[in-house]
Design a protein around this ligand. Structure first.
Ligand code: ZN
Ligand code: ZN
Length: 136
């Protein structure tokens, strides 16, 4: 599959990934809500070996005891999430892809904290909390 590319709003940070995303979904957790400022965060997963930042280095925020968030220190764009140790996957926020259309969500996770007035028009699987691949 072709190289997938993306980056932050201001262009200071660019990334690329090889291969199709391993997974994709919506996260309704409170951390994603606070970090994105939105009711839910769409994400895509790549193997860490298939993903690299090619311009700039993201700032890192430790969002939990085991997770870290990547963001642009210049424009504040929220880029993604990965485990702080032994990460095998990186979760990238779908809206930062140059073509977000290539990675439609396949599921909802952390719907325990789904905002009451927010719903998407789909019949995707729903997980109340953690579903492997995205947490923290
Ligand atoms: Zn930026
Ligand atoms: Zn989340």
């Amino acid at each position: 599959m072709a190289l997938l590319t993306g980056g932050c709003e201001c262009g200071a940070i660019r990334y690329e990934a090889e291969g199709a995303p391993l997974d994709a979904g919506w996260c309704h957790c409170r951390i994603c809500q606070r970090i994105s400022g939105a009711p839910a965060q769409p994400w895509v997963i790549f193997a860490v070996g298939d993903f690299r930042y090619v311009k700039g280095e993201p700032h890192v925020y430790h969002s939990s005891s085991f997770g870290e968030r990547h963001f642009c220190g210049a424009c504040g764009a929220s880029l993604g999430f990965q485990l702080r140790e032994n990460a095998r996957e990186v979760s990238i926020n779908t809206g930062t892809l140059d073509d977000p259309s290539i990675a439609p969500p396949r599921k909802h996770i952390w719907t325990r904290s789904q905002v009451s007035w927010f719903a998407t028009a789909d019949d995707l699987p729903v997980f109340l909390e953690y579903e492997p691949g995205h947490e923290g």
